[in-house]
Write a protein that binds this ligand. Structure first.
Ligand SMILES: Nc1ncnc2c1ncn2[C@@H]1O[C@H](COP(=O)(O)OP(=O)(O)OP(=O)(O)O)[C@@H](O)[C@H]1O
Length: 245
């Protein structure tokens, strides 16, 4: 088990936003977290990481901070880069939890691999704050990859990426899962989530409405209940195309 959440409830500004959420993630899963705006997806990720107070338990939140940082990498929804660092130095920050802290030989290998995997070679010496939004997003994903953790928690990782970069990012996450890592990512594009994720969790108003295979979760009744939409579904050789109507 890579992450176990048990009965998580969260209140923000005196409003309950998560209600007794339980979830277990296993090695090799790419789990897509879907649900309407305000459903609690980011809150769930932040709570799992121990960043906001809750009742219930998260196996990650109870770890000492250094151990937690070697277990889970996090791509937050806000992509703010606070300092004018180079892409290379930004990615190296992912190595801080490990012995060597970014400067050892193993760190160098992990940093170079993350930069290559995100196609950032041409940008490595550039100031990260001066890249385009999508390029900054990729640099922050590279930082998370350099952290080399069993679990990656990514909040809307494909938001702001062009179609080719969206596919590249989701392919990469699928590859990470095939390598035995676990990825939990919130995704608004139901078609892409259906094509790439091995499992979906549908969150609505702070409750898990459904958790399971793509077919079990993307049911008409559940989508109508969560989003108030119906979908047209067309099976293609590349996976389902899902059109909300
Ligand atoms: N920092 C905060 N302080 C107070 N309330 C918050 C805060 N962040 C989120 N909320 C509230 O918590 C609820 C869940 O928000 P959350 O960001 O977890 O939803 P989400 O499913 O990630 O939404 P989205 O798809 O829009 O990113 C919302 O009602 C939101 O207004």
């Amino acid at each position: 088990m890579v992450l176990r959440l048990s009965g998580l409830s969260v209140t923000r500004r005196n409003r309950p936003v998560l209600h007794g959420v339980s979830l277990s993630l296993n090695p090799g899963e790419f789990v897509g977290l879907i649900g309407p705006n305000g459903a609690g997806k980011s809150s769930l990720m932040e709570t799992a990481l121990g960043l906001i107070p809750c009742t219930g338990t998260s196996s990650l939140a109870t770890m000492p901070p250094a151990q937690r940082a070697r277990h889970a990498a996090y791509l937050p929804q806000s992509r703010d880069i606070a300092w004018p660092v180079s892409v290379e130095d930004l990615v190296a920050l992912g190595r801080i939890p490990w012995p060597g802290g970014g400067r050892g030989g193993l760190d160098r290998i992990a940093i170079d691999a993350a930069i290559a995997r995100m196609g950032l070679e041409p940008y490595r010496k550039r100031t990260a704050q001066r890249l385009s939004g999508g390029e900054q997003n990729r640099a922050l994903i590279a930082r998370a990859l350099a952290q080399d953790t069993p679990l990656l928690i990514a909040d809307e990782p494909i938001a702001g990426l062009d179609p080719a970069q969206q596919l590249a990012c989701l392919r990469l996450f699928r590859e990470l899962a095939a390598e035995g890592r676990t990825v939990l990512a919130s995704i608004h594009d139901l078609g892409l989530a259906a094509r790439f994720c091995s499992r979906l969790v549908l969150l609505a108003e702070g409750h898990v409405l459904a958790d399971g295979s793509v077919d079990a979760v993307l049911r008409d009744d559940l989508l109508a209940r969560a989003f108030g939409i119906t979908v047209r579904r067309v099976d293609t050789p590349d996976g389902p195309a899902i059109l909300p109507v």
